[in-house]
Design a protein around this ligand. Structure first.
Ligand code: AMP
Length: 296
C-alpha cells in the first residue's frame, strides 16, 4: 500500500489529533524531497523512537538565496512516496507553497548567533527561510520529536536554538551523515554532478577527514587548514567557500581543538555546491563516518 499524501494543514491536524487521542508519539522528518539513503536513515530513526512518523516534503522557496538553484532543485514526489511506503512511514505531508506562505504572509523566524558565519555568510537569508519553515512544520505537525541530519550541521544548531528559544515542545534528534561507498556525503544535489565531477567529489570528504585527523597539534592549525584548501582546489573544485574549525557544541569559533570540535567545509564543484563536516577531538580521533552500506 502507498503512503498517504497529505496536502493541507487542516487534514494533517485532524489525523494527528486522532493519534494524540490514542496516546501515540509522533515524529517529524522535514525534507525537501529527492529522497536518498540519508533521508531514509532519519525516517528509520524516527520509526525506531516514535509510533507515527510524518515525512514532510516542501521545496522551501524562502531558503533558496539563488532563484536558479530553486528552479534546478530536483522534484521527485512520486519516487519519494514509493521509497517511503516500504519503510512504514505513516504520512507524507507535501503542502503547496501557497498554503505554507499564503497571500500576506509576513512573519520571519530569525535565529542570530549560530546562523552567522559558515553557510550564513555565503547564503544570505537561507537560515531565516529554514527557521521560518521548520517552525511552521513543528507547529503544524505538533510532533514530539524532529529528526535532522548532521550533514547540515549548522542547520541542526539553528533548529536546536529556535526550539529552545521559542519553547516549542519537541525533542530534536541528530542523526549521523550517511555517505556513498566512496565517502561522498549523500545529497539531493549530487545528482547534478557530471560524471567527471562525480569522480572528483569524494576527495572533499577524504581531505576533510584527513585534515580533521591532522588537527591534533597546537601550532599547526592554520597551516593544515591552508594545505587542505589547496588540496580541495587541486582536486578540481573551483572555490572553497569555507573550511573552518568550530566547537561541536555551539559552533563557536576556536583556534585549536581543545574540546570536541567540528571541521566544516563548503566548496563548489562546477555548478554544484557541496557541504560536509567531520568531528574532531583534541586527541585527534575522528568519528561520524557512516557508510551507506551500514545504514541500508
Ligand atoms: P534536505 O532534503 O536536503 O533539506 O534534507 C532533509 C534532512 O535530511 C535534513 O535534516 C538533512 O540534514 C538530512 N540529510 C540530508 N543529507 C543527509 C545525509 N547524507 N545523511 C544524513 N542526513 C541527511
Amino acid at each position: 500500500m502507498g503512503i498517504p499524501i497529505i496536502r493541507t494543514v487542516a487534514e494533517l491536524r485532524s489525523i494527528v489529533a486522532v493519534w494524540r487521542r490514542d496516546g501515540l508519539k509522533v515524529a517529524v522528518v522535514p525534507t525537501m524531497g529527492a529522497l536518498h539513503e540519508g533521508h531514509l536513515s532519519l525516517v528509520r530513526a524516527g520509526l525506531a523512537k516514535a509510533d507515527r512518523v510524518i515525512v514532510t516534503l516542501f521545496v522551501n522557496p524562502k531558503q533558496f538565496n539563488s532563484p536558479a538553484d530553486l528552479i534546478a532543485y530536483p522534484r521527485t514526489e512520486y519516487d519519494d512516496a514509493a521509497k517511503l511506503a516500504p519503510l512504514g512511514a505513516h504520512i507524507l505531508y507535501a503542502p503547496d507553497a501557497a498554503d505554507i506562505y499564503p497571500q500576506g504572509f509576513a512573519t520571519t523566524v530569525s535565529v542570530s548567533g549560530v546562523s552567522a558565519g559558515l553557510c550564513g555568510t555565503f547564503r544570505p537569508g537561507h537560515f531565516d527561510g529554514v527557521a521560518t519553515v521548520v517552525t511552521k512544520l513543528f507547529l503544524e505537525t505538533g510532533a514530539d520529536m524532529g529528526f535532522f541530519g548532521e550533514k547540515d550541521f549548522q542547520q541542526l544548531h539553528v533548529v536546536r536554538r529556535l526550539v529552545g528559544d521559542l519553547d516549542i515542545p519537541i525533542k530534536i534528534v541528530a542523526c549521523p551523515t550517511v555517505r556513498e561507498g566512496d565517502g561522498l556525503a549523500m545529497s539531493s544535489r549530487n545528482a547534478r554532478l557530471s560524471a567527471p565531477e562525480r569522480r572528483a567529489a569524494p576527495r572533499l570528504a577524504e581531505i576533510l577527514f584527513e585534515t580533521a585527523r591532522r588537527l591534533n597539534c597546537e601550532d599547526c592549525i592554520d597551516r593544515v587548514l591552508d594545505e587542505a584548501r589547496q588540496a580541495i582546489l587541486a582536486a578540481g573544485f573551483s572555490q572553497v567557500e569555507y573550511l573552518e574549525l568550530r566547537t561541536g557544541e555551539d559552533l563557536a569559533v576556536i583556534a585549536i581543538p581543545n574540546r570536541p570540535a567540528r571541521l566544516l567545509v563548503a566548496a563548489w564543484l562546477g555548478q554544484t555546491r557541496l557541504i560536509d563536516n567531520a568531528e574532531v577531538w583534541s586527541r585527534g580521533s575522528v568519528q561520524g563516518f557512516v557508510q551507506a552500506a551500514a545504514a541500508a
